[in-house]
Design a binder for this molecule. Structure first.
Ligand code: GLN
Length: 454
């Protein structure tokens, strides 16, 4: 895989840092243990992985694709990083992303965009476009992403790969650089549903260092993927979300989705239409809650604690150094969200914006609760669009935000979701993703249906 990265990543730019010798050494340790007759540390021992550059690593920089963290090396490993190392999974390198995970195209990286391996004039999705492109170009067989509003599932969708957002609180956020803490969730990415399930079981589990971590058993996702692979969905009730099936989506996306639903019916599932009336407000609520949390979380980049420091020459006050550093270190999308969030949280506007958005969040949760009284899983397209051309939406943030329409209700509710490839679009020949959603802690249902469909 390191050879493959050296040969092709110049074209795709999936990686920000490549581990090189350290990845080989980690693989060597697994080899030595196996040769000595030891049991493998996990089913994935020795299988290498690409890690999104938002999880801390002590042996490589963690930049979140931002200038403000250029070259910064964490003094500790994220819990997820630790779990990978303990499972014997060599980390090939850190992957490119939208700066601090804000975006849907990886064009907001301060280090230049990643390209979609299916067509290098197109975006690989975002914010985890580097991880998805690494998988799609066979530079890594496994990858890790984070999903705050769709950043695992949408890149999977537009690159023809698999990506799952686990139930909120089941994968530790300790050492995951915070974007929007009540929404962020790390998760597994792969080229098959079973690979993704195997990785899911490595990274999930309770962590006392994360106060939102849930102390519950990890859902049996590997067994569910194996069960699903037998191709029998009889007894499974599937709901098509009426509000996530719109004429405004690309025709090829809708056609592929309708075909996928027909496949589930053929496999024995009972398919019904369900209504989630408040989903139409999910985008508006998300883009208030998310920037609000961002504005608070990113206050920690104050030029004192981490990374970049501009103007510290004895002639500027601490406030001036802070302001100049943030001016130089953050890109336009990050600044836009800090401004939006600061505004939404200001005294006098709080009730009108942030407070309202929280109420909508509760209504969306209730829509889901009602839907799951009728069905086991919900399905929708992963994204209304296939991969668009680089540059097409960079000057239009609202158009960019629309690509998250189908993914962010799960984040607002803390529910799991998965995207699996569902063929190529008849519009442009680009990959389309099929999304399956389940109630909190029922991640195994996603894998059962996804593996049957795959
Ligand atoms: N595209 C969404 C956003 O820009 C989702 C990002 C994410 O999941 N990290 O906020």
């Amino acid at each position: 895989h390191l050879d493959r990265i050296a040969a092709v990543d110049g074209e795709y730019h999936a990686f920000l840092h490549v581990a090189g010798e350290r990845a080989l050494a980690a693989a060597g340790e697994v080899d030595a243990a196996l040769s000595a007759g030891e049991r493998p540390a996990s089913a994935l021992a020795g299988v290498p992985l690409a890690l999104k550059d938002v999880f801390t690593t002590t042996d490589m920089p963690t930049t979140c694709a931002s200038k403000i963290l250029e070259g910064w090396i964490s003094p500790y490993d994220a819990t997820l990083t630790e779990r990978l190392r303990r499972a014997g999974i060599p980390i090939l390198g850190k992957t490119n992303m939208d700066e601090f995970a804000m975006g849907s195209s990886t064009e907001n990286s301060a280090y230049g965009p990643t390209r979609n391996p299916w067509d290098t004039s197109r975006i690989p999705g975002g914010s985890g476009g580097g991880s998805a492109a690494a998988l799609a170009s066979y530079q890594a067989p496994l990858a890790i992403g984070t999903d705050t509003g769709g950043s695992i599932r949408q890149p999977a969708s537009v690159t023809g790969t698999v990506g799952a957002k686990p139930t909120y609180g089941t994968v530790s956020r300790y050492g995951l650089v915070a974007c929007a803490s009540s929404l962020d969730q790390g998760g597994p990415c792969g080229r098959t549903v079973l690979d993704t399930a195997l990785l899911h079981e490595v990274i999930a589990g309770h962590d006392p260092r994360d106060s939102t971590s849930r102390n519950v058993p990890v859902p049996p996702v590997v067994a569910a993927a194996r069960e699903g692979a037998r191709g029998d969905l009889s007894g499974v009730k599937v709901g098509v979300v009426k509000e996530l099936h719109s004429d405004s989506y690309q025709p090829g996306v809708i056609a592929s989705f309708d075909e996928a639903v027909a496949v589930l019916t053929k496999l024995g599932a009972e398919v019904v239409e369900v209504s989630c009336p408040h989903f139409e407000y999910a985008l508006a609520a998300y883009y208030l809650i998310m920037p609000s949390e961002v504005s608070s979380n990113l206050a920690r980049f104050d030029a004192m604690r981490y990374g970049l420091r501009v103007g510290d020459d004895g002639r500027h006050s601490a406030e001036q150094v802070m302001a100049q550093t943030r001016e130089a270190g953050f890109g336009p999308e990050v600044k836009r969200r800090i401004m939006l969030g600061t505004y939404a949280l200001s005294a006098g506007y709080y009730d009108e914006f942030y407070g309202q958005a929280l109420k909508v969040r509760t209504l969306i949760q209730r829509d889901y609760d009602r839907a799951y009284e009728q069905v086991d899983v919900l399905v929708a397209p992963t994204s209304p669009f296939t991969a668009w051309k680089l540059g097409e939406k960079v000057d239009d943030p609202l158009a960019m935000y629309l690509s998250d329409l189908c993914t962010l209700p799960s984040n607002l509710a803390g529910h799991p979701g998965i995207s699996v490839p569902s063929g190529l679009s008849k519009d442009d020949g680009m990959p389309v993703g099929f999304q399956i959603m389940a109630p909190a802690l029922a991640d195994d249902r996603l894998y059962r249906v996804a593996a049957a469909y795959e």
